[in-house]
Design a protein around this ligand. Structure first.
Ligand code: SF4
Length: 229
C-alpha cells in the first residue's frame, strides 16, 4: 500500500550528508556493543496504526534508540517513558518498547519523527529539518483522513505539526498557537478539525529533572485517548 511504499522509500533516503555519515558511523562503532542485533543505522519510518486516530510527533531518532532498533521511540529511555504512559492510558499493548519484534502494538495510534535520521546531539540543522519535511508531509497526507488528535512532543514537534498541516493545505492558525505542556489548539480544513495537544518531550533532560512527570504525561495522553478514540 501507499504507506508501506513511503516507509520503503524513506528508509533508504540519503539526502542529508551530515546525518547519513553520523547514523552510519554510530551504527558501525556501536555494532560491536550490540553484537547480537542488527544495528539499523538508517532513517526511521513512522510506526503504529496505518489508520491512526492519534498521531504522536517527535523530534528525531536517538542514536542508540531508534537508530539501533529501527523503530521510532524504541530501545531508549525516552521510549520507555513514553510507552509506559501509553500503556497506562490504554494506547499501547505493552508497557515497554525494546526492539522491533517485541510484540508491542499501538492502539489507533501512530508515531513519527519530524527528522527521520539521528542527528548529533539530537540537534538537526534547519536545512536538515527542511530537507526532511517532505517525508512527514507525505506521511501526514496519507493519514490525514483518520487523524483526530496530534500529540506534539516538545516545541519542535509542535512547530513541525503546524508546518506540515499548512504544507498539505490546512488553514494556518494566526497568530501561531504557543507550545506548552497541556497546550491545545484546533487546526481546521473545511469541515475537518484536529486537536493539537502539546506535551513536553520525554527526553531525560525533562524526565530526570522532574520537569515532566509520569502524571503530566498520562494527563496529555489520556486527553488524546478520550478525544481521539
Ligand atoms: Fe533523508 Fe530525512 Fe534522513 Fe535527511 S533526515 S537523510 S531527508 S530521511
Amino acid at each position: 500500500d501507499d504507506l508501506s511504499e513511503l516507509d520503503a522509500r524513506v528508509s533508504v533516503c540519503r539526502a542529508c550528508p551530515r546525518l547519513v555519515r553520523w547514523r552510519e558511523d554510530v551504527a558501525r562503532d556501536k555494532r560491536a556493543a550490540f553484537r547480537d542485533e542488527t544495528y539499523w543505522g538508517r532513517p526511521i519510518p513512522g510506526w503504529g496504526s496505518p489508520t491512526p486516530r492519534i498521531l504522536i510527533v517527535g523530534l528525531a531518532p536517538a542514536a542508540h534508540g531508534a537508530n539501533r532498533t529501527g523503530r521510532v521511540f524504541t530501545g531508549d529511555r525516552s521510549g520507555d517513558w513514553l510507552f509506559a504512559s501509553l500503556h497506562r492510558v490504554g494506547l499501547a499493548r505493552l508497557p515497554t518498547s525494546t526492539y522491533a519484534d517485541d510484540g508491542q502494538e499501538l492502539v489507533d495510534t501512530r508515531m513519527v519523527a519530524t527528522v527521520r535520521c539521528a542527528p548529533p546531539q539530537n540537534k538537526p540543522t534547519v536545512t536538515e529539518r527542511d530537507t526532511c519535511a517532505p517525508w512527514i508531509e507525505a506521511e501526514l497526507g496519507l493519514l490525514v483522513e483518520h487523524v483526530r488528535v496530534v500529540v506534539a512532543l516538545g516545541g519542535y514537534g509542535w512547530d513541525a505539526t503546524l508546518r506540515s498541516y499548512a504544507a498539505i493545505g490546512w488553514d494556518v492558525v494566526r497568530p501561531k498557537p504557543r507550545f506548552g505542556h497541556g497546550a491545545e489548539a484546533r487546526l481546521v480544513s473545511g469541515d475537518r478539525e484536529v486537536l493539537l495537544l502539546g506535551c513536553y518531550h520525554p527526553s531525560q533532560q525533562n524526565t530526570f529533572t522532574g520537569r515532566l512527570t509520569e502524571s503530566m504525561t498520562d494527563a496529555v495522553l489520556s486527553r488524546a485517548a478520550a478525544y481521539g478514540l
